[in-house]
Design a protein around this ligand. Structure first.
Ligand SMILES: Cc1cc2nc3c(=O)[nH]c(=O)nc-3n(C[C@H](O)[C@H](O)[C@H](O)COP(=O)(O)OP(=O)(O)OC[C@H]3O[C@@H](n4cnc5c(N)ncnc54)[C@H](O)[C@@H]3O)c2cc1C
Length: 436
């Protein structure tokens, strides 16, 4: 599917016409973050054409200069589950991503100042790995490059979606291009998939409400260096301030799965009460000292901290994910707490299922935007989504509750988890996204 051309945004349409009609059997995607780009690539793998509109201007990248990393999206790192890796393998993109990813061979879970701890090990669970950690800068760059090179994907960046109109036989999307709000453009297709993030414009235009919950926590995310090699171990630790995770990362250059990596770089997600983030962001020494206190010597000594970003945490769930010919997907459908690294992986499973259902519709010669089909998609995905949402909330609330009885119960639960033979494989399977 991926062709090795040297095109940049050359797939972009000529936007000079007032109204531009995409052929009936095409898909419109609003929002070109990691989910929008991945969904377009999944469709292209089935031979389905799509047009993707992105509000921001994409950086100019080319396969010729692929060694230059650009932090064009954000400073986060994403833990990709086994299932997400399988999906990228299916569309032929994993080889590209793997050279910037680092496997997780073991997971350690513990609570600061308590006795409970648990360990998951790939040999015991008989798995290849528990997932792979990749810097968002690399993930975004590779997805963008692949989408730019796919002839079936038309990327229009600098395009801000402003209106959605639905008729019995199609959906029309209006957008301003290059900031020109006085001259709106329009595109029509049989189905629109909104991947435009937590504050989704499309969701608002369709009048779909949300259920939101402010965790009053902010995630500080960045890269640190320790004097002890990570040996592919992910450490999840629950501190009185909130949950935190230290994940293995690649060396600055080269393949994180290569045995010759030094392995001193780690990704940190530190969750603190909102309002306390400023000092963690600005004061390296304070940040390193806080990590050291929370982790003890589990990760060795924290010796250096890189650039950090702050993300206020709110759970946002769309009241529905389908309205007529429109599907709400990605963070626009469900924005979750990052504690268990599940959000993007859940979005990928949604995207994979919808792409398959649309493909089956095309093979039947039927309408891809058939609202009954889209409702079937929504129903099919609900149980996996509910399970992940419940899991994330249970981890956040269960591990931060100050009540001593609850604290004792969770430590007993951690010990039981570590000792009981049948629980670990089940939880590992769910966490790897292999069961939905
Ligand atoms: C700190 C943190 C750590 C995380 N770690 C993990 C992890 O380890 N594993 C995991 O699975 N998940 C993780 N997640 C979750 C993951 O980051 C999200 O699920 C994922 O980024 C969602 O991507 P998205 O494309 O749906 O949304 P976004 O990344 O928000 O992309 C939306 C896109 O739509 C565009 N857009 C918005 N409005 C318009 C408009 N009007 N017109 C056109 N375009 C528009 C935006 O410019 C943007 O590019 C983490 C989240 C956080 C906050």
């Amino acid at each position: 599917m991926m062709q090795n051309t040297d095109s940049h945004l050359s797939n972009a349409k000529n936007l000079s016409q007032k109204t531009d009609t995409v052929t009936d059997q095409q898909v419109l995607i609003a929002g070109g973050g990691h989910v929008g780009l991945s969904f377009a690539l999944l469709l292209a793998n089935h031979g389905i054409a799509s047009t993707l509109l992105e509000k921001n201007i994409y950086p100019s990248i080319s396969p010729k200069y692929d060694n230059n990393r650009s932090h064009y999206l954000d400073s986060r790192n994403t833990a990709l589950s086994r299932r997400t890796v399988q999906i990228y393998q299916e569309i032929g993109l994993w080889d590209e991503l793997q050279s910037h990813a680092c496997r997780i061979d073991a997971v350690q879970i513990s609570e600061q100042g308590s006795f409970g701890r648990a360990k998951l090990n790939k040999a015991e669970e008989k798995v290849e790995s528990f997932g792979q950690v990749i810097e968002n800068a690399w993930l975004g760059r590779k997805l963008l490059l692949a989408a730019q090179q796919a002839p079936l994907i038309t990327l229009i960046d600098n395009a801000n979606v402003s209106a959605v109109t639905q008729k019995a036989d199609g959906v029309t999307l209006s957008f301003s291009y290059n900031g020109n709000v006085a001259h709106e453009q329009q595109l029509q297709a049989s189905v629109l998939v909104a991947c435009d993030g937590r504050d989704s414009t499309v969701r608002q235009l369709l009048d779909i409400g949300t259920t939101t919950y402010d965790y009053q926590q902010t995630a500080i995310v960045g890269v640190v260096e320790t004097d002890k090699a990570h040996e592919h171990v992910a450490i999840e630790r629950f501190s009185p301030a909130g949950p935190l995770a230290v994940l293995p990362l690649t060396d600055p250059e080269g393949d994180g799965n290569d045995e010759y990596q030094q392995g001193f770089r780690r990704s940190v997600v530190w969750v603190c009460p909102t309002g306390e983030e400023k000092r963690y962001l600005e004061d390296d020494a304070h940040f390193l000292q806080t990590l050291q206190q929370a982790f003890g010597q589990r990760a060795g000594t924290f010796v250096a901290a890189g650039r950090r970003g702050a993300y206020p945490l709110t759970r946002v769930l769309a009241d529905k994910q389908v309205e007529g010919r429109c599907v709400i997907m990605g963070n626009a459908a469900h924005t979750l707490h990052p504690v268990a690294g599940q959000g993007f992986n859940l979005c990928m499973r949604d995207a994979h299922v919808l792409a398959q259902m649309l493909n089956a519709q095309v093979l039947k010669g039927a309408d891809m935007g058939d609202p009954t089909l889209l409702k079937r998609y929504e129903k099919a995905r609900l149980s996996d989504q509910k399970r992940v949402i419940r899991f994330c909330d249970a981890v956040v609330h269960g591990f931060t509750h100050p009540n001593p009885a609850i604290k004792l119960a969770r430590n007993v639960a951690l010990v039981a988890f570590d000792k009981l033979p049948n629980i670990k494989p089940l939880v590992a399977t769910y966490a790897m996204g292999l069961k939905s």
